[in-house]
Design a protein around this ligand. Structure first.
Ligand SMILES: *[C@@H]1O[C@H](CO)[C@@H](O)[C@H](O)[C@H]1NC(C)=O
Length: 255
């Protein structure tokens, strides 16, 4: 009897050891075969997230959380976001024949486009822990998110050209007042409409929900000249905008 228990224990332990080794072995093998280091491996992971080749990831791979944390808090991340905003300015110089009839429209995401969730993810392993919607929402209710500084300037440049700004977010309707407070506290104002997810929308894929709102806008006669967002689900789907601008974000994926 005791002997059987021991054998069983040994078997279980070897299974655990085996699975841990298999994980490490995979990455080491990739690095060995293709050269580079853990850093190059994680940078490739990050790049392929941005390219939308890696989709629907639930967590940042454990071996890459330190790397992703370093990137998301780096000058490089801010420079990458700045560059996206600059390219948007280049586009705005000659893109559009704004008619000034109140039907020119621009769309922004909220999180990690206008205001940052980075302070939250700093405390939650930079995307390495599975997202806890309850705790994220509790944090959002504090209305303490900092502005994405480059987007803030762009927001007002577009607004001052007489373009109506629509904010389309996958946040819930129940945190509307906290969202508005937060946006105003950090310098956003005078957007035309803020769309949040109502109870009916929570069953939809975010991409479909956002596309439906754009359809509604098009039906109302709006010309959507552009979208800026940090998630592919904000940029893809029909009706499309004339151009889209993707900000970097390798902390989480919303489909
Ligand atoms: C998620 O966060 C809430 C609030 O902080 C906490 O009570 C709950 O246990 C968390 N859930 C999981 C699965 O960690």
């Amino acid at each position: 009897m005791a002997r059987n228990v021991l054998i069983l224990l040994a078997l279980i332990m070897s299974l655990f050891a085996g699975s841990a080794k298999a994980g490490n072995w995979n990455i080491l093998n990739v690095i060995k075969q293709h050269g580079g280091s853990l850093k190059t491996y994680c940078e490739s992971w990050r790049m392929n997230v941005e390219l939308n080749n890696i989709r629907d990831f639930k967590v940042v791979p454990q071996e890459c959380t330190a790397f992703i944390g370093k990137y998301m808090t780096s000058t490089q991340y801010r420079s990458d976001a700045h560059r996206a905003v600059e390219e948007c300015r280049v586009y705005l110089r000659s893109c559009c024949s704004f008619k000034g009839d109140g039907k020119d429209a621009w769309v922004f995401d909220v999180d990690d486009t206008l205001i940052s969730t980075l302070p939250y993810f700093k405390k939650h392993n930079f995307g390495g822990d599975e997202l806890n919607a309850t705790s994220l929402e509790a944090w959002m209710r504090k209305s303490k998110q900092p502005a994405m500084e480059h987007t803030l300037d762009l927001f007002h440049e577009i607004r001052e050209r007489g373009v109506k700004i629509f904010l389309i977010s996958s946040r819930k309707e129940s945190i509307r007042s906290y969202t508005v407070d937060n946006l105003i506290n950090v310098g956003y104002y005078d957007w035309h409409k803020l769309f949040l997810r109502g109870l009916d929308d929570e069953y939809k894929q975010v991409q479909a929900y956002k596309a439906e709102i754009r359809q509604q806008l098009v039906n109302e006669g709006y010309r959507i000249w552009g979208i800026m967002g940090d998630q592919w689900s904000s940029l893809e789907g029909l009706p499309a905008a004339k151009r889209t601008f993707k900000l970097p974000n390798s902390l989480y994926y919303i489909s």
